[in-house]
Write a protein that binds this ligand. Sequence first.
Ligand code: FES
Ligand code: FES
Length: 176
Amino acid sequence: MQLNVNARSYEVDIEPETPLLWVLREVIGLTGTKYGCGIAQCGACTVHLDGEPVRSCSLPLAAVAGRRIVTIEGLSSDSSHPVQKAWAALDVPQCGYCQSGQIMAAAALLSKKPRPTDGDIDEAMTNICRCGTYQRVRAAIHMAAGTGKGGGSVIHMAEMAGAETSAVAGNRSTEV
Ligand code: FES
Ligand code: FES
């Protein structure tokens, strides 16, 4: 079976019902795409298939042969995609485990809706983050789109995310 991953062609001899995620990780060696739930719920395994975000843990190889697959490794060669830059500027990740899936989902959203509203973000970003980085994910998407408060300026948005983090930390210390 022929797979097109990150603009490279791979010939794989694998059972057609094998989930794409395992071929990406175990056969091709692209381990940036993560396994979370295995039942298409969490989004940790999100990749692009012909530009659409898909959950590779639940997608059999037979469904992707000959189609254009992009993983986090193929989003840019040097982390220069606007979503990756915004993620770094706002320090979005906490443990990081869900973040490649979050970034792939955000990149797919912005390719369709370059200036998304909060409602668009809520609808598209169904990925789960156990660390609760949702506020920073949203802020980073607005930054990448240039739709953040303050016109998406890196400094303003970073300050905003810092303020949110402090507020959360403050609430936690109050609760404890
Ligand atoms: S691992 Fe695929 S959606 Fe959770
Ligand atoms: S950053 Fe830890 S699960 Fe999302």
